[in-house]
Write a protein that binds this ligand. Structure first.
Ligand code: ASP
Ligand code: MG
Length: 805
């Protein structure tokens, strides 16, 4: 025989009810032997409770009661006069007396289950099933603890077996869940949601093959799917695991429900009424111990109580006093943590009991506070607990680090005595983020990375396209879910916490809204976004003001913008200190040589203790093109400059390239990478613009390019034979002895056969001289400019940050 249990939501009028009827009729038609346990239909229990409450306050509930009756009958030709009359008389009486007790309440709520079981049997009979209404008050015997009665097991088993034995062959009993009776025949209830318990007792007493619990969810998940969108269904659990899950708050399981099944080893299947063929979750005896982490559960509405003081160290009986005081105040304590060295005890109580607990302890420890053995009782209200069932504390470092990286600082960590559970107490506001971070970490479900991209210029635009293109592949190959949650220019923002789609991005102008950085930060917090990376692809001087707030609010940084690394050294240092404090990363490979792995190589050499003695090279793709072409041709300088302008190799105002500041900045960035404390003012830069053309408008400048020609012709003429012109950055000096380097940016002539002389097109080249490599530098050469390679480089930094997570 199988026991089927249906919850209130499944039995609601309409689709639910129809489905339930067809599930039952199908099984009966197949010749299966079943017993059905039902809850009150839809919200009946809540409604009855509220009507009772309101009647006691003398309110008029006739309209509600009318609606209740109508819902319960739902147009059927069924006689509910007995139940309705009981309810009417109770409400009248309660209204008259202005009060009721738990016994009256049980009698009232019980009608919900009675109406439900009668109604279902009536409909089933109409469908040709030989269904009988079975009132569990005839065979479930409890004590008289109304509202949450205890089952008297032997007596209940005996009468249940008797009751079912006298049913005729082939009938399908429809049993009331939740309700029972004491030895005087008075109605009791088994506690809210008690129908599950009713059903597992029935399955246990009747030795059913299986208990099928039909609910409105698909089964048990690795975490509450309402909180964690990546949660996955668990197909099978052992009784022990289920029991632990139940203890830690999985709402569809109740510890009480598992125990009767566990004793008789009766499998429990949790199914969705609306998808009855979906398999659900099966809880049964484990054939082998599968091990590993099974699920995460969440408990809300707790408060953390901390008792601290030097006198607690080694003192005997303190714990006993705490718990006695709390027990006397009828406060139940959940997670307890006692740090031996911290001379303190922390534990959780229900948030509603927090103040009461504090008072009880203050009273108990009044003298100890006076003698300064106890410094006081502190409360942290509104905390929640994330419990990882099946987690070994020894392997907890990964989820723990992930929490810290995401700015969630646990208030308390506790592992159960069996060593297979770890509970983390966090502020309630951090709870959704904490569950998601932990869940992502331990189930290795695709790690979600949330990107905010600032700057919509050519590099920004290319980067966004590259990300959209590569997303599916990265998800498949690396299990990383890259989402762009924000795209912004200096004033406007497009935000979508679920990730911006290419379609939305295409409609940036219609969706964008004006914003301030603080708005964006607030939004990321409201949506509990973890693994945040801010990407600066602006060229803005002001944007760097946002770096510190971004880091402080959980963002790693990737930047193609050189400003943060080239403004004053104090900011440079402050940024790095903040990054270290918040355990955040900041990568900016494209600051020098676009996508070429230059900064990374230098960092690696420097941190591995290799002494870098000099870095020399062609840092600007634009100027590389200019002098490579000029040196190799007889055309006047202005003609080649014009060609560079026309091909889009230069900044809109080419003087930004020609003044040399950009090369100077790159040189400075490398110097600081070597822990040298140079400032930009210390870079000697040879400005390539003739004096007379440095001021004035862009247009005027562009109309006077010919003035370059005599100057550069003369430079060319003066250069020794066999040499070519190159605009070179040079970092040198006695680097191991001083805190700063000599940084020169200048036009030089180099042998045509040298590495620098061999550079072609718009390539960059960097020669890194080190102590071990001596005269032979490490050379990195390639396309050092252009939107596509820069965007690739930025993308590389993003992936590098993810890889380090
Ligand atoms: N109807 C009762 C309640 O809502 C029992 C149950 O549904 O399990 O608590
Ligand atoms: Mg229910």
């Amino acid at each position: 025989m199988k026991v089927l249990k249906f919850g209130g939501k499944s039995l609601a009028n309409g689709k639910g009810l129809e489905t339930v009827l067809s599930i039952i009729t199908d099984k009966v038609a197949q010749g299966q032997e079943i017993a059905v346990v039902v809850s009150a239909r839809d919200k009946a229990t809540d409604q009855l409770e509220s009507m009772l409450e309101r009647a006691a306050r003398g309110e008029d509930i006739s309209a509600d009661f009318q609606a209740f009756k109508q819902y319960q009958i739902a147009g059927e030709d069924i006689d509910f006069s007995a139940e309705f009359s009981i309810l009417q008389r109770i409400f009248d009486g309660v209204s008259l007396l202005g009060d009721y007790n738990d016994k009256i309440k049980d009698h009232t709520l019980a009608q919900g289950e009675v109406l439900s079981a009668k109604y279902i049997s009536h409909l089933l009979r109409k469908h040709g099933v030989n269904a009988v209404f079975a009132d569990s008050r005839h065979f479930y015997v409890t004590d008289s603890h109304f509202g949450n009665a205890q089952l008297v097991e032997d007596a209940s088993a005996k009468s249940t077996i008797q009751y079912f034995a006298q049913l005729s062959q082939g009938v399908t009993p429809i049993v009331t869940g939740f309700i029972a009776a004491n030895v005087h025949g008075e109605t009791t209830t088994l506690g809210r949601n008690g129908s599950n318990y009713s059903a597992s007792i029935l399955a246990s007493i009747l030795q059913a093959e299986e208990l099928q619990n039909y609910t409105h969810v698909d089964g048990i998940f690795t975490a509450n799917p309402e909180l964690v969108s990546d949660a996955k269904i668990i197909r099978q659990l052992s009784f022990e695991e289920a029991n632990e899950l139940a203890n830690f708050g999985t709402s569809i399981l109740h510890a009480k429900t598992i125990i009767p099944l566990l004793e008789k080893k009766i499998p429990l299947r949790i199914l969705n009424t609306f998808k009855p063929n979906d398999g659900g979750t099966l809880i049964c005896e484990a054939k082998e111990n599968i091990g590993g982490i099974r699920a995460i559960s969440v408990l809300e509405n707790y408060a953390l109580v901390i008792l601290e003081g030097r006198g607690l160290l080694g003192k005997v009986g303190v714990d006993a006093r705490i718990f006695r005081a709390l027990a006397q105040a009828e406060i139940s304590v959940s997670i307890i943590s006692q740090g031996s060295s911290e001379r303190g005890i922390g534990f959780l109580v229900a948030n509603k009991d927090a103040q009461k607990a504090k008072q009880a302890l203050e009273r108990e420890f009044e003298l100890d506070v006076y003698s300064q053995d106890v410094s006081g009782v502190n409360l942290v209200e509104q905390v929640g607990v994330v419990s990882i069932v099946g987690q070994n504390l020894a392997d907890f470092d990964k989820p723990y680090n992930a929490l810290i990286r995401n700015q969630v600082i646990p208030l308390l960590i506790n592992n159960s005595a069996t060593g297979r559970n770890v509970s983390v107490v966090v502020h309630k506001k951090d709870l959704p983020k904490a569950v998601n971070v932990i869940h992502g970490e331990i189930f290795e479900i695709s790690k979600r990375i949330n990107l905010a991209i600032f700057g919509r210029g050519t590099v920004g635009g290319t980067l966004i396209e590259q990300i959209f293109e590569a997303r599916a592949d990265i998800l498949k190959r690396r299990n990383i879910n890259l989402q762009i949650v924000a795209i912004a220019n200096s004033r406007e923002l497009l935000f979508n916490h679920k990730g911006i789609s290419p379609e939305q991005y295409a409609a940036f102008d219609t969706h964008k809204v004006p914003y301030q950085m603080s708005d964006l930060i607030t939004q990321t917090q409201q949506h509990h976004l973890e693994n945040l990376i801010a990407i600066d692809v602006t060229a803005s001087k002001d944007f760097v003001e946002n770096y510190l707030p971004l880091v402080e609010n959980g963002f790693d940084l990737v930047s193609a913008n050189k400003i943060a690394n080239t403004i004053g050294y104090p900011f440079y240092k402050k940024l790095r200190e903040t990054l270290a404090q918040y355990k955040k990363q900041y990568l900016y490979e494209t600051n020098v040589g676009a996508g070429l792995p230059l900064i990374d190589t230098i960092k690696l050499l420097h941190h591995s203790g290799e002494n870098i003695t000099r870095i020399k090279g062609i840092f600007s793709g634009t100027l590389s093109f200019l002098f490579n072409t000029y040196s190799a041709s007889d055309a006047p300088f202005s003609e080649i400059l014009q060609k560079a302008i026309n091909s889009g190799y230069t900044e809109p105002d080419p003087r930004e390239d020609l003044c040399g500041n950009d090369v100077g900045r790159k040189l400075l960035i490398l110097a600081r990478e070597l822990d040298l404390e140079n400032e930009f003012e210390e870079v000697t830069i040879e400005n390539l613009i003739p004096e007379a053309l440095r001021q004035g408008s862009r247009e005027e400048f562009l109309s006077r390019l010919k003035e370059f020609d005599p100057i550069y012709q003369q430079i060319k003429d003066n250069a020794p034979a066999g040499t070519v012109l190159r605009y070179v950055g040079d970092l040198h000096g006695d680097l191991s002895q001083t805190a700063t380097a000599r940084l020169d940016v200048k036009l030089v002539s180099v042998p045509i056969t040298s590495a620098l002389g061999q550079v072609k097109g718009a390539d960059s080249i960097f020669e890194i001289y080190t102590e071990s490599y001596g005269e032979n530098p490490i050379v990195i050469q390639g396309a050092g400019a252009g939107a596509a390679v820069t965007a690739r480089g930025v993308f590389g930094d993003i992936l590098r940050i993810i890889g380090n997570k």
